[in-house]
Structure formats: structure tokens, C-alpha cells
Design a protein around this ligand. Sequence first.
Ligand code: ADP
Ligand code: MG
Length: 277
Amino acid sequence: ASTDVPRLGPATSVDPGAPDRLAEIEARDITAWFGDHKVLDRVSLTMAAGGITALIGPSGCGKSTFLRILNRMHELVPSAKLAGEVLLDGEDIYDPGKRLIDARRSIGMVFQKPNPFPAMSIRENVLAGLKLTGTRMRRTDKDALVEACLVKGGLWNEVKDRLDAPGGGLSGGQQQRLCIARSLAIRPRVLLMDEPCSALDPTSTRVIEETMLELAQEVTIVIVTHNMQQAARVSDQCAFFLASQGQPGVIVEHGDTTAMFQSPQDSRTCDYVNGRF
Ligand code: ADP
Ligand code: MG
């Protein structure tokens, strides 16, 4: 780790409610439906604290659904139903006694298509999440937070002289890094990334991969990717999702990324990681 990168600071300076430590996230026996259509069947996976877990597998096997279940976004679809548990450091985020906002503020999300608020300034974009979570801060603390998040997002040097310029004026790769910075401002303990580089050029992709590797020391990362080289470059663990014809998605194999790529245990994993799907 480089020492000149400012950390995000103690939780108390940003959000008194958020514990300042890495969290493990565990999915237990997740079964999910859209209406009568079962799309995941008893999927269990532990995503280690401070690691990067890659979710891989063909389109339609339920990776995005699984990721959205991890921060209760699944609930936004009216027809969605769910069984199973999601434990954030042992606490079920679906516990009826838990407020949705507490789950959401612990678990940030970045999507395939960069989605900054285009008319808002770069600075306002980074701070947007604080409004949603009702966090109040002094101006100087906000400035420090904006800088720390943009440094962490790998964007600071490119935008420090134009923090009041609109977020929509940035390139695609810069917009995605702004979205990462925005997701960090609420000090999440887990960062979910759904194909964050699929819409980006190779150079931006590499910058974001480096950013992720730095970030993994402060936040647990779960990334969906179709890029096997990317999974191999960034992740410690990997889970291979598959939905056989007409069947719901399951995890065929999971474990250490290097082991899974070099000596997959299941012939279907072997085919997939070697591009034969
Ligand atoms: P992946 O991310 O692996 O491509 P998804 O999780 O997007 O897979 O989709 C899994 C299955 O769930 C697919 O059959 C898809 O059509 C279905 N699905 C996803 N989102 C919805 C939704 N909002 N409403 C109904 N079906 C959905
Ligand atoms: Mg998807």
C-alpha cells in the first residue's frame, strides 16, 4: 500500500454510526424469484472481509440479482421474492428490526453504466450520498471528505482544479471513478460493482482495477465481471454462477481465484474460464 494516499479518516468524522472496520458479507441459502420465475436456488457464498470476490458466469444466470440482494435493492422490484439470509458481519440485513437505510449506507454500489448526476458539480456528486443518509458535516470536513474520496477513486489529480464543473462533462472512465468516489463518501463497509468496466476503454479499465486493489484494504469488494483476465487480475476469490436450461442460477464452484483458473474442479467451470461457453 502506498503511504501518501489519505485514508477516509475515522468513521466519527463522517458518520458516527458506521463502525470503522472491514466487514465480511455472507449470503446463506439465497433463493430468489421474479413472480413465479425462480432465478436463484439456494445460493450460499461468504465474501471475505477486505478481499475482492469476483462473480462470473454467462448472462442471465443471476449475478446481478444476487448482487442486488446483497444491499436490498432487489426489494425495489415489486414482483421480487426472496428466501435466505444476508449477514453483514453476522447481522442479517433483512432483519425486520433493521432499517433499510442502515443496510444501504453500509453497502455501496457501482453500476455498469456510469451514472453521476450530470448537472451537479463534481463536488456535489461526491457529497450526494450524505444528503440521502442525513449526515451533517462542517464545510471543512466536507472538503476533506471530497478530497479523500476522489483520491481513493483515483480521480483527484484530474479534477482538483475544477471541482465545481458538472459531473456530466467528464469522460466515461472519469465518470465511473466519480461514481466510485460518490459511493465511498458514505463510508460503506462493502462495495458492490456490477460490471463496472464493461462500458469503458482498456486504459480506464486498468485505472479502475488499480483503484479497486487499493480500496480493498479499506472496504470489502464484490465485482461482477465478464472479463476473465480482469477476474484473474483483481480478485482473491471467485464464484462461478450457472443457470442450466430453464433452471435457476446456482454456484457451480467457488474458491481461490488462482486455483479456480488453474485447476477448476468442475468441467463446466473449466469450459467457462477458458472461453468455451
Ligand atoms: P446476470 O446478471 O447474470 O446476467 P440477472 O440477475 O440480470 O443475470 O438475471 C437473472 C434472471 O432474472 C434472468 O432470467 C432475467 O431475465 C431475470 N430478471 C432479472 N431482473 C428481472 C426483473 N426486474 N424482472 C423480471 N425478471 C428479471
Ligand atoms: Mg448482470
